[in-house]
Design a binder for this molecule. Structure first.
Ligand code: ATP
Ligand code: PAF
Ligand code: BAL
Length: 281
């Protein structure tokens, strides 16, 4: 496995691989890697001749300075995990390497990017599209891997690829959870032991709401989740939305879609956690 910090070094290494006829897969990450990332990387290694994993805490997608500053950075441990997963390249650029000048490009995929995370983190998806498009341009991957934990991000990246005609396949990967159900997230590292216990109520509520939904309306299911999180110690609901999994627009009843997803964002202390479940697929 090679660790490279510049686009030039990365492209030199990739040319050598492509000369051997290998396909290249890309897994974009912000580091502080866990088993969720490992599942994406292992799949990428298995489905392509070589896997590039980018590790870059992208400043343009953070609307909250405190969140950016506190974001965990663990490159050495990340490289050990990536080596064990069989990655060919770790691409860990500096901010100056990715943004030699301010990126003034505007990406807008309304209405996909104006709801949920887009509404609560203004500019977030513009920043995500800026960095992901730069990574696609630098790596020119055959396939790129994204987790369904960031459900809205996956939908927006699929739309960006469609509109910009990137010649690559986007592969969405299922959410990896702790044994007790909590969705793995780099931000979990910031939870105290007490907060970690409180956070469990998020996935528990989502799973219970799936059973509840089988015999209740969309509005009742919405209320079920809102009430459960409101009653849970140490949690503050930012939003819970029951949406069509393709359009990300709210649904009013179960019959109107064959693909219903519930997306949630909850503050557990200061830490903002996201999760989602599918009700119909
Ligand atoms: N539990 C998980 N299961 C599957 N994929 C995941 C999981 N957690 C993160 N990913 C995916 O890994 C990629 C990189 O995510 P990222 O580096 O932001 O990690 P993260 O754990 O989502 O961190 P955080 O949400 O705290 O920023 C994204 O495509 C994301 O969806
Ligand atoms: C896709 C991504 C690596 C872009 O910085 C980030 O948004 C993430 O980790 O999900
Ligand atoms: N996992 C999405 C990256 C972010 O929260 O900024």
């Amino acid at each position: 496995m090679k660790i490279v910090h510049t686009i030039k070094d990365l492209q030199a290494g990739l040319s050598a691989l492509r000369a051997q006829g290998k396909k290249v897969g890309l897994v974009p990450t912000m580091g502080a890697l866990h088993a969720g990332h490992a599942s994406l990387v292992k799949r990428c290694v298995a489905e392509n001749g070589a896997a590039v994993v980018s590790v870059f805490v992208n400043p343009t997608q953070f609307n909250d300075k405190n969140d950016l500053e506190k974001y965990p950075r663990t490159l050495e441990a990340d490289c050990a995990l990536l080596e064990a997963c069989g990655a060919a390249f770790v691409f860990a650029p500096s901010v100056a390497e990715m943004y030699p000048e301010p990126d003034t490009r505007q990406f807008s995929y309304a209405p996909l990017d104006t709801v949920m995370e887009g509404a609560f983190r203004p500019g977030h998806f513009n920043g995500v599209c800026q960095i992901v498009s730069k990574l696609f341009d630098a790596v020119k991957p055959d396939r790129a891997y994204f987790g369904e934990k960031d459900f809205q991000q996956l939908a927006i990246i699929r739309e960006m690829v469609r509109q910009m005609n990137y010649p690559l396949e986007i592969v969405g990967c299922p959410i990896v959870r702790e044994e007790d159900g909590l969705a793995l997230s780099s931000r979990n590292a910031r939870l105290s032991a007490g907060e970690r216990k409180n956070a469990l109520k998020i996935s528990q509520t989502l799973f219970e709401s799936r059973t509840f939904a089988a015999s209740h309306t969309v509005a009742e299911t919405q209320k079920f989740v809102e009430d459960a999180i409101a009653a849970a110690p140490g949690l503050r609901l930012e939003y819970f939305e029951l949406v069509d999994g393709n359009t990300l627009q709210r649904i009013a009843n179960w019959e109107e879609t064959a693909y219903a997803v519930g997306c949630i964002t909850v503050f557990c202390g200061e830490v903002r956690l996201i999760d989602n479940v599918k009700y119909k697929e």
